[in-house]
Design a protein around this ligand. Sequence first.
Ligand code: AMP
Ligand code: ZN
Length: 475
Amino acid sequence: MKLYNTLTRNVEELKPLHAPEVTVYTCGPTVYDYLHVGNWFTYVREDTLIRTLLASGFKPKWVMNITDVGHLVSDADDGEDKLEKGARREGKTAWDVAKFYTAYFEKGLERLNIVQPDHLPRATEHIAEQIELIKKLEEKGYTYTISDGVYYDTSKFPSYADLARLDLDEQEAGKRVQFNTEKRNVGDFALWKFSPADRKRDMEWDSPWTPPGAPEGSRKGFPGWHIECSAMSMKYLGETLDIHAGGIDHLPVHHTNEIAQSEAATGKQFSRHWMHSNHITIDGEKISKSLGNGITLEDIEAKGISLEAFRLHVLESHYRSQSKFSWDSLQAAQNRLKSWQAFADLRFQALNTDDYTGPDYMAYLGDVQRALHDDLNTPRALAIISGAEAGSVQEPITNGEIENFNAFLEYIDDVLGLRLLVSKDVDDEIKQLIAHREAARTAKDWAKSDELRDQLAKQGIGLRDTSHGAVWYRL
Ligand code: AMP
Ligand code: ZN
């Protein structure tokens, strides 16, 4: 299986350290507000990676963190903690905000049919692990303490710019204006932040650190955002990951910092493979909470569009392309899904003969697999499935091919999670109506035939007449 690796900027064969196990860490949500479709695009794409690994005989071990403390409004380690901001907005504590949106997120994973990660660790439940890691960095001389926190000295880590191919000189020159003058280098980032001297935070903990000049133990604090991912990925998956994934916005700062912390602490490569999901735009702008253009899953359902249709819409673009969200394409995806559901319902309508001259569904399965193994090429996989669906209109499925047809559908559901196989066969009453209508048609009793067709339509069943008889589908 091949995947693009941001580290090398090449599509590479995936070679897990301990195959068939594949350790995967993905950066999860900051739980201070409802998630928008941009977030869910990223998670569905990561789910496609996991599903493809599973269907290919790998044993992915998947950890996705939940950021419930320490993610500041600005990437420059200042501004408010997003959780505290959410708490103020809602008149609740940061703890209550975290609890509410964590539950909302977990429900969303389930509703979108995203594979349950092996662990969904919360940052607030791993404070000790984060402190331990910072202590390790301190012992190795990578940290320094200033008035607002303990910082990582990026100049001590020579390959700091590698992953994102950053131009540090340019950064240094460009950011002077907003530069915290106590920091040694513009890219240095907080590992531990001190609570303000004059205000108690909802979430704060004791630590071995205090601001210079303050009495020891006099100030509580909280972890910087980046350290949680290093600490929790190491705890659950070991010091070297096979794949680390996340949104592309994390590349220049968050993932760059994760590597610096982890590799400085362990002396080992942090992740062998980096996968980045590109931005989703709406009306030409990135979807983001701050721009207020964040459509939610509830908004989609309110328009009568299913979450499976949303999933199909996500899969219509390649994860590395900058993709657009629009209501028109979502509606088109809903229509496409409907015809795929009718395609899947053909499994109940195989002709009772072993003769079969139609397409080979195992060959289609192989084609879809090859597309996914080629850097998760979901648009190509979808085109193959639509091709198979078009073929089925010409050539009926027969008992001779039904096993392969079912295997093909099962594979699609396994890798794409579209729930095509949840539908049931129509009941006997409907089957009888269909048979009566066929008889009326053969007898050229058109009035009766039309009446029966209307009766079926009222029960949500449509008919398509073919050379081998009527095929039913759900309206
Ligand atoms: P956040 O909660 O802001 O840290 O975002 C959670 C995840 O969603 C991260 O992996 C982000 O990269 C991703 N994300 C946020 N906005 C978008 C967007 N417009 N398109 C795609 N992914 C996004
Ligand atoms: Zn992370």
